[in-house]
Design a protein around this ligand. Structure first.
Ligand code: MN
Length: 255
């Protein structure tokens, strides 16, 4: 069993180490991750510049590959043959914040797992719903165990074709988890605000700031599951077609 572990927070992120260590219990692990933080970079394919790959060492002394490409590049490179050994599963994370609702289109963690599916390999994204304003080191142990359990299940039972599993884990002790729920994407409520400032040369610059997003804790959704202390498992697909809208649009007459 050969598992590729990646993330969008950078190869030295503690969430990646926790995940890689747990995945080693299932088989051989190759870590291939970006050399810096790409959070909220979405699905990227680097085409206008060369990609560099270097070997590095993680905090536990194990070796890893890092690239100056995006998370999805870090999945594409090894799956396209940079690493000869066939990969059975790609696991991305552990992201320090939940990736739910509309987040999945922004998320480098989730889109790295999507890149696996494009290459015909199974992919999982694992994110931790850490408390807002948390200071100090996060405890990734529960999310890492959950990631391993989900991976174990996929390696044993398979996964429908073209499906990416988006796993979000509450910030709880493992024994406090209420269980695992299969969910759909919920509704995120973004509270972005435009912050315009003036640089030392008198020119304006902008930050997209504002408060952290909230969400609608509806039953059956990813956000709803986390709010109740359940692990949320959402099967995603890359087909973003709105089939209902197709019927409406087909009635359009163009002149
Ligand atoms: Mn991230």
């Amino acid at each position: 069993m050969h598992i590729l572990v990646t993330n969008d927070d950078g190869v030295q992120a503690p969430g990646l180490l926790a995940l890689a260590q747990e995945m080693r219990k299932l088989g051989k692990v190759t870590v291939f991750a970006p050399d810096h933080n790409w959070s909220a970079s979405g699905h990227v394919k680097t085409m206008e510049r060369p990609l560099r790959v270097r070997e590095t060492t993680l905090a536990d002394g194990s070796s890893a590959f890092m690239s100056d490409g995006a998370p999805s590049d870090c999945v594409a490179l090894p799956l396209l043959g940079l690493i000869e050994e066939e990969v059975d599963l790609v696991v991305s994370g552990i992201n320090p914040n939940a990736n739910i609702g509309h987040d999945v289109t922004y998320s480098g963690t989730v889109t790295a797992a999507m890149e696996a599916v494009i290459a015909g390999v199974r992919g999982i994204a694992v994110s931790l719903d850490s408390p807002e304003g948390h200071r100090g080191a996060l405890d990734y142990s529960t999310a890492a165990i959950v990631g391993r359990r989900v991976a174990e299940k996929i390696l044993a039972d398979g996964l429908p074709e073209g499906v990416v599993l988006n796993v979000n884990v509450p910030y709880l002790e493992e024994k406090e988890l209420r269980g695992y729920l299969v969910t759909r994407q919920g509704l995120r409520v973004y509270r972005d605000a435009l912050d315009q400032r003036i640089d030392p040369r008198g020119k304006p610059y902008y930050w997209i700031g504002g408060e952290s997003p909230t969400g609608v804790a509806e039953e059956g959704t990813d956000f709803g599951a986390l709010a109740e202390g359940f692990v949320s498992i959402t099967p995603l697909q890359l087909d973003l077609t709105n089939y209902k809208a197709m019927d409406v649009l087909k009635k359009w007459k163009f002149k």
